[in-house]
Design a protein around this ligand. Structure first.
Ligand code: SF4
Ligand code: SF4
Length: 136
């Protein structure tokens, strides 16, 4: 049986420059596709991967990642912004770990780039008018 899933990996700072994903290919015979990757201001690494392979290899690979101290979260949600509700207050910008929310120079509007979003939901909690929505 083949497993194919999208997952978010949170790397602690000490692991950011280790070839961990490469080991998934070499030692566990898994295929991966990096959908997004970034390093946050605290130097935590974040990576969204589509990982596939035989179920037993997939499970061992995920166990290996967890044993290294990497937190794994399934990517089953998508965060979107309700443009009608957003007041461009800026409260979400400092909490976003990937820079998916940022201030546009000139207009001072808050831009949301969905392709950089890892659905961590940190912005959802701080948005006063609840403009950031989680879609399942
Ligand atoms: S916190 Fe909410 S209302 Fe404020 S800029 Fe961000 S998305 Fe818009
Ligand atoms: S859920 Fe919000 S805080 Fe998290 S990455 Fe996406 S836009 Fe940034």
């Amino acid at each position: 049986m083949v497993s194919k899933k999208k997952i978010v990996l949170h790397f602690p700072p000490r692991l950011v420059d280790q070839p961990i994903v490469y080991k998934l290919v070499k030692d566990f015979d898994l295929q991966f596709n990096i959908l997004k990757a970034s390093i946050t201001p605290e130097e935590e690494g974040l990576m969204v991967l589509e990982l596939s392979g035989k179920k037993e290899n997939y499970d061992s690979g995920v166990q290996y990642l967890e044993s290294c101290g990497i937190k794994i979260q399934p990517l089953s949600r998508d965060v979107v912004r309700n443009e009608e509700k957003c007041t461009h207050c800026g409260a979400c910008v400092p909490v976003c770990p990937t820079g998916a929310l940022f201030v546009e120079e000139g207009s001072r509007k808050i831009i949301f780039k969905n392709d950089k979003c890892i659905a961590c939901e940190l912005c959802v909690k701080v948005c006063p008018p609840r403009a950031m929505e989680v879609h399942f």
